[in-house]
Design a protein around this ligand. Structure first.
Ligand code: ZN
Length: 169
């Protein structure tokens, strides 16, 4: 098993729509194991393949009930509204109160190739929507209102600038 570096805001891989997984093979199973390890190391409750530089439609999650992976997921239904302080491993140390649907019905495939149907609400539903966004190349900053987004972009621009300065000796 291996821990991947998590791709950070500004990395173009995070802006791509990931492609469907065609074969669930040994390489994919190893990728999922490495993604679990990367997610726990971070630590986070969800991690999408593009965040480790793999443009494929799958994500892993664990909101406290054990590790799970979903391949080629889709949200087939969503309802309600829920406000939650949401963060992202690709935009560390920042979070914003974001309103999204409270409940979603997620469908996808398990690592065994079986259809998974999950009715989720609150944190799990939020996790699914966040990871689905990653598969579509959408980052949390795009879910912010105008005021939040302006503040976020100014912090992120400052961070990018700091990163280009020479390190102190
Ligand atoms: Zn994220």
């Amino acid at each position: 098993m291996a821990i991947y570096p998590i791709r950070q805001f500004g990395d173009p891989v995070l802006r791509q729509r990931a492609r469907e997984v065609e074969n669930v093979d040994g390489a994919l199973v190893r990728l999922v194991e490495d993604m679990f390890e990367t997610m726990y190391d971070a630590p986070g409750v969800g991690l999408a393949a593009p965040q480790v530089g793999v443009e494929r439609r799958l994500f892993v999650y664990d909101i406290g009930d054990g590790p799970n992976a979903v391949i080629n997921p889709e949200i087939v239904e969503s309802s309600g509204e829920w406000s939650y302080d949401e963060g992202c491993l690709s935009i560390p140390d920042l979070s914003w109160t974001v309103v999204r649907p409270n409940s979603v019905h997620l469908r996808g495939l398990s690592l065994e190739g079986e259809t998974i149907d999950i009715e989720a609400d609150e944190l799990l539903a939020r996790c699914f929507q966040h990871e689905m966004d990653h598969l579509d190349g959408i980052l949390l900053v795009e879910r912010l209102d105008e005021e939040q987004r302006k503040a976020a972009m100014s912090i992120l621009r400052r961070r990018a600038l700091d990163a280009t300065l020479p390190s102190p000796l």
